[in-house]
Design a binder for this molecule. Structure first.
Ligand code: 3IO
Length: 333
């Protein structure tokens, strides 16, 4: 019987080869802190798909969005300690830890996420900061420039005075300089804080209006396009070292591509989110008058000088880092 013999042959083939095939499969756990629909998780799924395709299944990536494996503030140490193989960190959540790369969140005029992502990656490659010496960096990217999302309209600095707004890191410094009552917490804690009225709004990129449905609570957006949040995807060093050379090559080949892909996705998605928020919740988009904008910008002048002083105290070339970022913006924009 032909059918039976084909079946038996196939069975023997599978039994014979599967130990070889499966012995080669490496599974890696990838932790992320915010909910699945947000951009750090969208880029995670894209990277997973690319790695699985390009390694022809020799590597399987198990993704854990929403802080199910590691939370926002445990991410860096959790990956160093091996609680997850790969993790996505927002550098703003530990500003003192990533001084050099966090300089990208100074108000230096990064115009969009694509430009910012490549600026950040180049800056990292030039300085190879010690903050990352215990991990392998798989990619870096940034959010789109931050704007104010608020329950109340913000048209002037006096509207902002004392308003409870959520931000982190470099963006938090900026809110403080403008006189807002800045409250620090990761993005993953923000939906609950908004719901409970712990904060009346936030300062971040506008795609969360759609992805986290903030447009429902925050019907007002003030356009400032001031500053980005920098991110890194990092891998446990021992796990990296144990990977086959061909797999390392594939992942190294994705570093820059993933950075540009994520920046581009972010920039497009911000547009989509603004349109969705207008259509769905009729949100009020406020553009500052020229006079008002000048006043807001003037408040930010000391931030860069302060950062340079702090960097110099840490024996980092503060002036040079700032100059490099300005030049890299011109290169990539
Ligand atoms: C961000 C973080 C997690 C999910 C979506 C996001 N969009 C912009 C950010 C930047 C950020 O880390 C923050 O805390 O605002």
């Amino acid at each position: 019987n032909k059918v039976l013999s084909v079946f038996v042959m196939s069975l023997l083939l599978v039994m014979g080869f599967s130990p070889v095939v499966f012995a080669k499969t490496t599974s890696l756990n990838y932790a992320n802190f915010p909910p699945a629909p947000t951009f750090p998780c969208i880029q995670m799924e894209r990277w997973k798909t690319q790695v699985e395709e390009r390694t022809h299944g020799a590597v399987a990536i198990n993704t854990f969005p929403g802080g199910t494996l590691l939370g926002a503030k445990d991410m860096m140490d959790g990956v160093i300690n091996g609680q997850a193989d790969i993790g996505c960190i927002c550098m703003a959540y530990q500003p003192g830890r990533f001084t050099t790369t966090n300089a990208t969140s100074l108000p230096l005029g990064i115009p969009d996420a694509k430009t910012g992502s490549l600026v950040l990656l180049d800056l990292y490659n030039k300085y190879q900061p010690r903050a990352f010496e215990k991990v392998k960096v798989l990619t870096m990217f940034v959010s789109a420039p931050a704007n104010i999302m608020s329950k109340y309209p913000v048209k002037t600095l006096s509207d902002l005075k004392g308003l409870d707004l959520r931000a982190s890191g470099g963006a938090a410094q900026i809110l403080k300089s403008w006189g807002a009552n800045q409250i620090g917490m990761p993005m993953s804690a923000t939906p609950e804080a908004l719901q409970k009225g712990v904060v009346n709004g936030l300062f971040s990129s506008l795609e969360v209006m759609k992805d986290l449905k903030f447009a429902e609570i925050c019907r007002n957006v003030t356009m400032t396009n001031t500053v980005i949040y920098p991110f890194a995807v990092i891998m446990n060093k021992n796990k990296w070292n144990a990977l086959p050379e061909d797999v390392k090559k594939i992942m190294d080949g994705l570093v820059r591509e993933q950075s540009a892909w994520t920046g581009e996705y972010m920039d497009n998605h911000v547009e989509e989110s603004i349109n969705w928020s207008k259509q769905t919740y009729d949100i009020n988009v406020i553009n500052l008058s020229d006079a008002e904008k000048t006043e807001w910008d003037n408040k930010l002048a000391p931030i860069i000088e302060n950062w340079i002083d702090d960097a110099n105290k840490k024996n980092l070339p503060g002036d040079q880092i700032v100059t490099d970022i300005k030049n890299l913006i011109k290169t990539h924009r």
